[in-house]
Design a protein around this ligand. Sequence first.
Ligand SMILES: CC(C)C[C@H](N)C(=O)O
Length: 414
Amino acid sequence: MSLHTPYLESFLRSQFYMLRMDGPLPLPCRHYIAIMAAARHQCSYLINMHVDEFLKTGGIAEWLNGLEYVPQRLKNLNEINKLLAHRPWLITKEHIQKLVRTGENNWSLPELVHAVVLLTHYHALASFVFGSGINPEREREMSNGFRVVSVNNFCVCDLANDNSIENASLAGGNFGIVGSLSELEALMERMKRLQEEREEEDTSQEEMATRFEKEKKESLFVVSGDTFHSLPHSDFDDDMITTSDVSRYIEDPGFGYEDFARRGEEHLPTFRAQDYTWENHGFSLVNRLYSDIGHLLDEKFRMVYNLTYNTMATREDVDTTTLRRALFNYVHCMFGIRYDDYDYGEVNQLLERSLKVYIKTVTCYPERTTKRMYDSYWRQFKHSEKVHVNLLLMEARMQAELLYALRAITRYLT
Ligand SMILES: CC(C)C[C@H](N)C(=O)O
């Protein structure tokens, strides 16, 4: 993140606030919630960090044996942790009601909002950690932080589905740098054309809606061969938590982003962003219940959305707005969130298939990200630009989760 200092500053400001400043929840409890959130993605890098912090801030060591050892109240967060992480569109006001009205184990609304902010922050951060290849086990398995996946390691069913260009490019051994420069040219050309066309084109509302539904539907089927293979567990270090024992912090470990491709059907409802926006609704609710966090998150969202160096790989003075917006909106699209005034045709023109595979993996099941996925898109771009992509993905994910949770809280309140 230090490759992007202005962003890093607002990231740290909000993280510091939610972890260390005055707020509804006691300090150790905040770290325990961070652990629960990171455990949904088996992110031992974050878990180990917050196990330390939990103990340092006076947490009861016994809780680290797992959920069986924590108070029922904290345990009750399980359901919302699970839904937020994998299928936030399923969160209803009933889930909120259950948490705030459970007699002696109830959560006050400010406490719940604090917890939700922590959960979404750490789910998103897990995406960043895996997306950038900084989870520790993988460092051990391979020096550069990712495991190796052999070429023949994907399921036949996925090949047969014709749903991964990545598989195709592997089969063809198409890994050279050759052609990548013209890839860059072509991408820039498409960006330019879209900018010009926007002024001319007047697409009907129906057509815009259809384009979104099409993109959303297609996103459900974007999978890579790699994504169906879980990591081999390695128990290399006694005092470090490894993937094999993080499951103690969660229930129902098998629950994930809906495997639409396998089910062969579509099930993701559309959330019209206009009906519940971060700016007009989410922000004020969150700020009212947990003062100032709204401002900090808002600043961070704006920061990441507007961050640009006007570069594309080796090119300078490029307006990259369309591309950055496509990345952000594609994440929301995968969570069913639609902006009326955005033409999702742009996503399709700007994001190549291998990039979509990467985006989907990092945002929906980050623990399955591989170095090969990271390498297979935008080969001519700088590492810092791929980190920039990860920042956009992570913040878009956090905002999407927050929107669903806050909408449910608003519905509970009205
Ligand atoms: C994600 C990248 C395409 C961002 C680009 N380098 C920019 O400065 O805007």
